[in-house]
Design a protein around this ligand. Structure first.
Ligand code: AHR
Length: 680
């Protein structure tokens, strides 16, 4: 089936990295020359409501987005559960100190998670033990507090002492603490060495982004250790096991309408065995089962052999984060299909029930009362009130009839029990190929709720496709532009892609098309969200960080302007007398904000020269004498932000003098301007 408005195009394979479009750069900056254009916004006839979920967030544990990122645990492989149990750890012997290390696995029979632990046997004094490197180094700040904890038992003959040290990359000590473990108790059944959690607070004397943690025995003895943690005391909303405050704040500042989690391809897994299973990510952290991160081995050019998912950040924490930032939670679940770019394994249809049961149980976990089995688990974790989950995604980038038959079974079971829950279904990995058209046809036939489209394309594609949704049918399934980002190289996810201003401006141009079509497009999100500057696999990304610092890209600020200034209802906007958006590189959308009584105009000038705009707010009985403009513009199209220059491309605010319903406004070259004008 052909979807109106969608032309067959060359497409990108985001994961397979198939080359598609070539970058067509915008014209080079010209000498300052001002062109004149007219925009007419029909203020007195608002159209469809704009969904509060129009602009949201896509979170995936890619690029060290969770462990080493939003989840601020400083110790990598804290429970020795990586397949190489000593990965991230090294033997440390001070001076002449001698001893040995031994890993134990207490779960080979029971199969219980977190069964590995380390025995440290010191033969001499002087300092023998281990050091942990963190996630490309540990970030610690002078004067802040870090909570060290370890699950330990003394299996030696006498009392033992553990020294905890935080030191910088040069070996300079930044903080330390001592922990003493009394000797095992004698009982009538023999000596009992009980596991116990020991804690200490460390306040570093200096800041370091590449610190490490040492755990040393001071004298001869034998201790066993597990769950070794160094955790910042200050977390987002100061929650225990909480999130990295600066990163969560950047998310919150976007005022996102929803939070999609946990991805992305990570939902699917390279194999079904390593798919994301939400039930293994909730409850006590010692009950959460570590698995390999599917991005660990995905890209040969960006290997990250130390990439695993500890699930310290699991589904409960995602729900909590959604609530904290005022976003609707949107969990995406595996539908019995592993990534079709990888193994493409299928769960047999007669073995699909437990996948479907996982979805039903998740809804109960989120919304059930504390009297239900899964609602009780949520309450026990600290949230007796329901999370009010309204939607759930079935599969990610699946395609083919095998997806349709699995989706149908999910839909039947979920709608029977929870008719109000909206289902998000996939449309494959591409913006308009045969798979995409086939799935859209099927989803219309099945009366699906919301269809998720993905496109990682060249910047020019975004400007050229601003009218993508103009001709979509106004009835039937709604659209979720679930993963998109302009790729400066023209190829999805490649290392040479940059988060530059041209990409951000092109996305902004495209977003005017999303907003104009808000009656069809209900949700959208840039992807991926996070990347560690030393540990990424995919680029571009919305937010970059190291162990201490973070910054929003120009793309982040474009998203922010659209999201924070989302209006309530669409207003029609004409450019030079025509309803066609994107003429002569001018892109416009308009809305009315019912809360503030303002007309909100979003205007992208994708020309290298400034432009004088005559703006007519047609039908406005009364107009306030001044409005506000938020302007985002790059000094050049290749301008980027960085850790050292985090706001090189960031919005500036200024007043706009408005004498009547008709006024002029000068658009800066290559800019996004958001105007808020009070109207009656
Ligand atoms: O955003 C990165 C990846 O791109 C996502 O995991 C996947 O859905 C898409 O192919």
């Amino acid at each position: 089936m052909k979807i109106p408005g969608i032309q067959p195009i060359l497409l990108l394979a985001p994961v397979a990295l198939i080359c598609a479009l070539f970058l067509a750069p915008l014209p080079a900056p010209q000498s300052a020359q001002t062109q004149s254009d007219a925009i007419t916004v029909q203020v007195d006839r608002p159209g469809a409501a704009i969904s509060p979920t129009l602009f949201g967030l896509f979170f995936e544990d890619i690029n060290f987005g969770a462990d080493g990122g939003l989840y601020p645990e400083r110790v990598k492989n804290r429970s020795f559960e990586f397949p190489d149990p000593m990965m991230g750890w090294k033997r440390l012997a001070r001076g002449e100190a001698k001893g040995s290390l031994q890993i134990y696995d207490a779960g080979s029979r029971s199969g219980r998670p977190n069964a590995h632990y380390l025995q440290i046997k010191a033969d001499t004094g002087g300092g023998f033990g281990v050091t942990n490197e963190g996630f490309r180094g540990m970030g610690v700040e002078q004067g802040k507090e870090y909570l060290f904890s370890v699950l330990a038992r003394n299996v030696g003959d006498t009392s033992a002492a553990l020294r905890v040290e935080v030191e910088d990359a040069d070996g300079k000590k930044l903080g330390e603490a001592d922990i003493s473990l009394s000797a095992p108790m004698n009982s009538y059944v023999g000596r009992i060495a009980a596991w116990k959690t020991y804690t200490a607070v460390i306040r570093p004397t200096a800041t370091s982004g590449k610190a490490r943690l040492n755990l040393l025995m001071d004298g001869p003895g034998k201790v066993e250790v597990d769950l070794i943690s160094l955790y910042p005391k200050e977390t987002w909303k100061n929650r225990p096991n909480g999130l990295r405050a600066d990163l969560a704040q950047l998310l919150s500042d976007l005022k996102p309408g929803f939070l999609r989690f946990p991805g992305g391809c990570i939902v699917e897994g390279r194999h079904l065995e390593t798919r994301y299973q939400w039930k293994t990510t909730v409850g006590d952290i010692t009950d959460r089962r570590l698995i390999v991160n599917r991005w660990n081995t995905e890209f040969r050019h960006r290997p990250t052999p130390d990439y695993y998912q500890s699930f310290g950040l699991g589904f409960y924490e995602y729900f909590l984060l959604s609530e904290d930032i005022g976003a609707e939670p949107l969990p995406i679940l595996n539908c019995g299909m592993a990534c079709q770019f990888n193994s493409a394994e299928l769960a047999p249809l007669d073995d699909l029930d437990h996948y479907i049961q996982d979805a039903l149980d998740l809804i109960e976990f989120a919304n059930g009362s504390a009297a239900t089995a899964w609602g009780r688990k949520r309450a026990a974790m600290g949230h007796p009130a329901p999370f009010n989950l309204k939607m759930i995604g079935v599969g990610n980038e699946q395609w083919g009839p095998q997806y349709v038959e699995r989706y149908e079974r999910f839909a039947k079971a979920i709608k029977a029990k929870y008719p109000k829950i909206k289902l998000i279904t996939g449309a494959g990995p591409f913006a308009g190929d045969d798979r995409f058209r086939y799935l859209w046809g099927e989803m219309r036939r099945l009366k699906a709720d919301i269809v998720d489209e993905h496109y990682y394309m060249a910047p020019k594609w975004f400007r050229d496709n601003v009218g993508r949704y103009d001709d979509y049918p106004r009835t039937g399934p709604k659209v979720f532009a679930g993963e998109y980002a302009a790729q400066s190289s023209g190829r999805g996810g490649l290392p040479e892609n940059r988060n530059d201003w041209e990409c951000a401006m092109s996305e902004a141009a495209f977003m005017t098309g999303l907003e104009r079509n808000a009656d069809v497009v209900r949700m959208s999100s840039y992807a991926p969200l996070f990347a560690h500057v030393d540990a990424w696999q995919w680029t571009p990304n919305l937010i970059w960080f190291d162990s201490l610092r973070s910054y929003g890209t120009p793309n982040y600020y474009a998203q922010k302007l659209f999201s924070v200034h989302r209006g309530s209802r669409i207003l029609s906007a004409q450019i030079n007398g025509s309803a066609k958006n994107g003429q002569q590189n001018l892109f416009v959308s308009a809305s009315i904000d019912d809360w503030t009584g303002e007309a909100v105009l979003k205007i992208v000038n994708a020309e290298a020269s400034s432009r004088e705009l005559r703006i007519n707010l047609a039908g406005a009985a009364k107009v306030g004498s001044s409005g506000k403009a938020y302007i985002l513009a790059g000094s050049d199209l290749k301008a980027e932000n960085s850790l050292d220059e985090p706001t090189r491309v960031a919005p500036v605010e200024r007043q706009v003098a408005v004498s009547s319903g008709e006024f002029t406004f000068t658009l800066a070259p290559n800019s996004l301007s958001v105007l808020r004008i009070p109207v009656n």
